[in-house]
Write a protein that binds this ligand. Structure first.
Ligand SMILES: Nc1nc2c(ncn2[C@@H]2O[C@H](COP(=O)(O)OP(=O)(O)OP(=O)(O)O)[C@@H](O)[C@H]2O)c(=O)[nH]1
Ligand SMILES: [Mg+2]
Length: 308
């Protein structure tokens, strides 16, 4: 009845581009026997070409040099060693969202540029939390487009969670305020707030978030507890630039990387981990409800290095 590829097949799909490029390059490099400077240069180049970014590449190179310089190394050993170093970068940031807020609800603000996958990710995250027995509520804070409210409402229906919505063009801060009040009344554990993607106007985004924070502060000074940036993994380097901007403008507390299927440039996950060190809560590998999950850093590292 379900002939969709499994979660792990889809995960492999998202890292295929990165992995194929990296492993074919590593395969060419080895055969020169000893791990010397020239070989290390080639390894570093291969890592950069695979979207892992210059700083992760430099770190992995340094670790390989520290542990194995001048030693003979087989292709398999090199790939295993690279996998170990990638895992060391990913492990500290692989942190699922935890619902710990007291008082409830935990307010999770979801931000990102247009089309990065915010609304779909909210639905998937809600589903994940519902499966963990949390009471979840959505708030339609993207009042910019009429269709956005309807889209979130459809998802809320599918997931089976309540939604608080206002009119098109309404004030997102007042919707969030209403949602927190209602959530408090009905015992919501996690309130996930959709927002409009408007990177083109930083000022507007900053003002809107400041207003949401101010209004929330009256109900709960700790809120929003999470400011989750949704990134589209097919955007490569551009996704990293978005971290820079949103970190500064919106005080991002964690990342969800989505569209890690098909044409994704999965290596960017490692680049993001190395350069920013922000928690990466989950990865999305498709448009269905069960397509978002926390990730296993060791498995992802092995997939990227071609030893899974
Ligand atoms: N392949 C793939 N597509 C995805 C994934 N997540 C979201 N999408 C698709 O990406 C498109 C945009 O997703 P939305 O969730 O509407 O993005 P958004 O950030 O809310 O967009 P705006 O509200 O316009 O800012 C939709 O067609 C989604 O189905 C994913 O993990 N994989
Ligand atoms: Mg949306």
């Amino acid at each position: 009845m379900n002939d969709r590829p499994s979660w792990s097949d889809r995960l492999f799909g998202g890292f295929r581009k990165t992995s194929e490029r990296l492993t074919s390059n590593l395969t060419e490099i080895v055969g020169t026997a000893k791990l010397d400077d020239a070989t290390l240069d080639d390894v570093e180049d291969a890592l950069i070409l695979s979207d892992l970014g210059p700083s992760a590449a430099a770190r992995i190179r340094a670790k390989l040099a520290e542990k194995r310089f001048g030693l003979e190394i087989t292709e398999r050993e090199l790939k295993e060693a690279v996998a170990d170093e990638i895992a060391a970068i990913l492990r500290p940031v692989a942190k699922p969202i935890e619902v710990t807020a007291f008082p409830r609800p935990q307010v999770i603000l979801v931000i990102g540029v247009n089309g990065s996958g915010k609304t779909t990710t909210i639905a998937k995250l809600a589903h994940l939390l519902v499966e963990d027995d949390y009471n979840v509520m959505l708030a339609a804070g993207d009042t910019f487009r009429a269709a956005a409210i309807g889209q979130l409402a459809t998802w809320a229906d599918r997931v089976g969670v309540p939604i608080v919505r206002g009119p098109e063009g309404g004030d997102p801060a007042s919707i969030v305020f209403d949602a927190v009040k209602k959530g408090t009344e009905i015992g919501t554990d996690a309130l996930i707030v959709d927002t409009a993607g408007r990177l083109q106007n930083k000022r507007e985004l900053m003002d809107e978030l400041a207003k949401i924070r101010k209004v929330l502060g009256r109900l709960n000074p700790e809120a929003p507890h999470d400011v989750v940036l949704v990134l589209d993994a097919t955007n490569g380097q551009n996704a990293l630039n978005q971290i820079d901007v949103f970190k500064e403008v919106a005080g991002v507390t964690g990342i969800v990387m989505t569209k890690l299927d098909g044409t994704a440039r999965g290596g960017v996950l490692v680049a993001a981990a190395e350069q920013y060190g922000l928690p990466i809560h989950a990865i999305g590998v498709g448009e269905k409800l069960d397509d978002l999950r926390p990730f296993d850093p060791d498995l992802v590292a092995r997939v990227i290095a071609g030893v899974a």
